[in-house]
Structure formats: structure tokens, C-alpha cells
Design a protein around this ligand. Structure first.
Ligand code: SF4
Ligand code: SF4
Length: 412
């Protein structure tokens, strides 16, 4: 780890009000400043890697709200992630981590097969029975959490059904590569179908390579830097085989990771790849007037939750709002602290359920206060977390991906 990044912290505390775990605990050790200090002391050999210290670090969501707030460019979330990677490469992956991060996640076909029992569980009516009887209370807590987060699954993944080339509607203005995020393809395929449709309607030929693999974000989260680099090399080779203007994604987490390939792999092909990556909102925002002409009224109140990976990691805040404000009749309400994390953070909501719930409840309170009937966001982790939260507390609020609401307005 670069020691300079640690000593850049001048301990001003400006990051504290932005940090979700500090807001819940008021503990210095659960703040960005405290985490930087802990890692620094570890590096300097003044502290040992005790269980308690590692626990404090593992409470970080890597939401990077601290990076947006820090005047010195310190990114505590990234430093914690780097520390975890270094520790993991020294300790090695455990059996389950190896199984998930190396043998499952990088293989889309295996991931798709792993969804079959879950689909059967839902379609056979067993899920309804299990939930009614509360059977899962007898099983380990994480299993109950995972089951509770599982939304209704589509019958097939988008990767299995989408053709590799979707032609442009009308005059072709360019070609884009579409990056299929694993969770988007497996669970939120309707949203990605809407994304491809919008691109095609705007005149882009969309290439969706079938052999692309996971972006590597789960590897990074699990501290498996080598696994991330392997995924990156595969995707760089695959997309490098096509002449595309942009590589577009509708998954905030994937976008943030794909844009960092050039940082992880110091090769020209990696930085070329990363420079082409765009969040869907960035591409759509290039065609505001054309979109405006195609959108039809939707008379509802809408608000927008900024996914951390879009607002803090990619600095994209204006485009999604501008796009929502284009829809005639749609009343846009700004959410209080819209860029505060929802508590999802990859598998954080399963690993740290109590903290995750507290953070989620704060978010739901702001949604309630906004009076919105539709909550829009653009990251599968947020979609999963907020879907569960809304179903429990605000069932009248509909959750949609940004491209779903735009496509719906176009179809009206
Ligand atoms: S991380 Fe940045 S904002 Fe936080 S205390 Fe250090 S210098 Fe200040
Ligand atoms: S990444 Fe998020 S949770 Fe972690 S220190 Fe920064 S603000 Fe706090």
C-alpha cells in the first residue's frame, strides 16, 4: 500500500458526517479518519492485527462517501479495500471464497445453472409456503437474509436470450458494446432489455458479447485482486475484438470496476478499455433533445437514489436527474441525502445485517419524506436492498431502474 495515501489525511474530520457507519455509531474507529489512522498504525507496526481491529475495518461499506467529502483526496474506503486485498493475498483464499470467487463467479454458465434451484423454489410455490410458515427462522441468519432479499426471478438470464447484435433503429450513428452485469442479467433482465432498447432507438448498434464474464467486483470485494485481474484480462480481450465507440453498462458497480481496469493492469489495452466505459446515463445524456421528442407523459412523483458506485466512484450525479426531468408529467422530488449509501454494499447486507438495516432505515425515511410514488436507481445491489426495504415498509412505492422508467415513458 502506498504510505503517502495514508499520511495525506490531515485529520480535519470533514469526512465524518458523510460516513454511514460513523453516523450510526459516533465511534472514531468506525469513521473514515479512524480507519485511515488504524491502517497507518498497522503499517508503522504500532498496532497488531487483532480481531477487534479487523472488525472495525470490516464495518466499512466501501461506499466512498468519505472520498467525495475529503478535501485532501484521501479515500478511506479504497484504502480499507486495498488493505483487505493485501491481507487476503498473504493469507490465501478460504475454501468457500475460492469456490465462489474463482469457480463460480467467473463462469456465466455456472452462475446461470446455480439459479435453477432458486427458480424452482419460487415457481413451485415452495417460497410462499416457507415464508408463510416462517421455516427459515430455524436456519442460520445469513440464509434467512439471503432468502428475504431474493426478488422474483425471470425465467432465463438476459445473456441466454439476447442476440449478440441488436441493430440500430433507423440511421446508425455508432456501435456500442454492452456489458452485461451478472446480477442485472440474472435478476434484473427487464432493466437491461430496456437499456439495449433505448440505445438501439437512439441509433446505436448494440453488441453484447456472449462470452464476456463478471467485471471482477466480487473478487475485489472479497480481497481477491488476482481474480479481478483475470476477469479484467478476459473482458479486455473480448471487447477488444469489436470496434465499438463506447462500452456501456447499466450497473453502477460494474461501471466503477470497469473504469478501473486501466489502474489495476498497467497495459495500453486496459486503459483503452477503461476510457471507453460509460454508464448508460452518460450516453443517454448525449441525446437529450432526441429523447425528449420520444418521451410521453407519466403522471407520477419520482425520486432518485444515487448508487455509491455511480455518484461517489464515478462522479455521475447530474445525468440521471436530467434524464428523469425530461419525462413530461413526471414530478421530480429530490431525496434528502440522496447519495447516502442504502446499506447494500455487495454482500454487506448479509455479513453485517444490523448495521445494514440501520442504514437502510435512514434511506427509507428519506423516501417516505419525499412523498414519491416511484424510486429510481441504477445499481443491482441497491435494487435488491431497496426492493426488500420498500416491500417491508413502503409497499406503495414502486422501484425502477432508470432505463425502465425511460423505456416505459417511450412506450406509453
Ligand atoms: S480522510 Fe480527509 S476529510 Fe477525513 S479527516 Fe482525513 S483529511 Fe480530513
Ligand atoms: S467508504 Fe463509506 S463506510 Fe467506509 S469509511 Fe468511507 S464513508 Fe465510511
Amino acid at each position: 500500500m502506498d504510505y503517502v495515501k495514508l499520511i495525506n489525511c490531515m485529520r480535519c474530520g470533514m469526512c465524518l458526517p458523510a460516513c454511514p457507519t460513523y453516523k450510526e455509531t459516533f465511534l472514531e474507529t468506525a469513521s473514515p479518519r479512524g480507519r485511515v489512522a488504524l491502517i497507518r498504525k498497522l503499517q508503522e507496526g504500532e498496532l497488531d492485527q487483532s480481531e477487534r481491529l479487523l472488525e472495525f475495518l470490516s464495518l466499512c461499506l466501501d461506499c466512498q462517501a468519505c472520498a467525495s467529502a475529503c478535501p485532501c483526496g484521501v479515500n478511506a474506503g479504497e484504502l480499507v479495500a486495498e488493505f483487505t486485498c493485501e491481507k487476503k493475498s498473504a493469507d490465501g483464499l478460504g475454501f468457500m471464497e475460492d469456490l465462489i470467487l474463482r469457480k463460480l463467479v467467473p463462469h456465466p454458465d455456472r452462475l446461470e445453472t446455480s439459479m435453477v434451484p432458486m427458480r424452482l423454489y419460487q415457481n413451485s410455490g415452495l417460497q410462499k409456503l416457507v415464508r408463510t410458515l416462517g421455516v427459515l427462522k430455524m436456519f442460520p441468519k445469513p440464509l434467512e437474509r439471503m432468502e428475504g432479499l431474493l426478488p422474483s426471478l425471470p425465467s432465463r438470464s438476459l445473456r441466454q436470450e439476447i442476440s449478440e447484435v441488436t441493430p440500430a433503429v433507423g440511421t446508425e450513428r455508432g456501435t456500442v458494446g454492452f456489458f452485461l452485469g451478472c446480477v442485472m442479467s440474472l435478476i434484473f433482465s427487464d432493466a437491461s432489455r430496456a437499456t439495449i432498447k433505448l440505445l438501439s432507438v437512439l441509433g446505436y448498434k448494440v453488441i453484447t458479447p456472449r462470452n464476456q464474464v463478471c467485471c471482477g467486483a466480487p473478487n475485489m470485494l472479497g480481497g481477491d485482486l488476482e481474480g479481478l485481474k483475470e476477469a479484467a484480462r478476459t473482458n479486455i480481450d473480448i471487447f477488444g475484438g469489436y470496434m465499438v465507440d463506447f462500452i456501456v453498462t447499466d450497473c453502477g458497480g460494474c461501471g466503477a470496476e470497469l473504469k478501473k481496469y486501466g489502474h489495476h493492469i498497467e497495459e495500453e489495452a486496459a486503459s483503452e478499455f477503461s476510457t471507453k466505459v460509460r454508464d448508460i446515463s452518460q450516453v443517454l445524456a448525449l441525446h437529450i433533445e432526441e429523447l425528449q421528442a420520444k418521451l410521453k407523459p407519466l403522471h407520477q412523483k419520482v425520486t432518485y437514489h444515487d448508487p455509491c458506485h455511480i455518484a461517489h466512484c464515478q462522479g455521475i450525479r447530474k445525468e440521471p436527474r436530467d434524464l428523469l426531468k425530461l419525462v413530461p408529467g413526471l414530478e421530480y422530488k429530490e431525496l434528502d441525502t440522496a447519495d447516502a449509501c442504502c446499506g447494500s454494499a455487495g454482500t454487506y447486507n448479509i455479513a453485517k445485517p444490523e448495521m445494514s438495516d440501520k442504514i437502510l432505515h435512514r434511506k427509507l425515511d428519506t423516501v417516505r419524506a419525499s412523498g414519491a410514488e416511484i424510486l429510481v436507481t441504477s445499481n443491482p445491489g441497491c435494487l435488491l436492498q431497496l426492493k426488500k426495504g420498500l416491500a417491508d415498509q413502503l409497499p406503495h412505492v414502486k422501484l425502477m431502474h432508470l432505463t425502465e422508467i425511460l423505456a416505459q415513458s417511450m412506450e406509453n
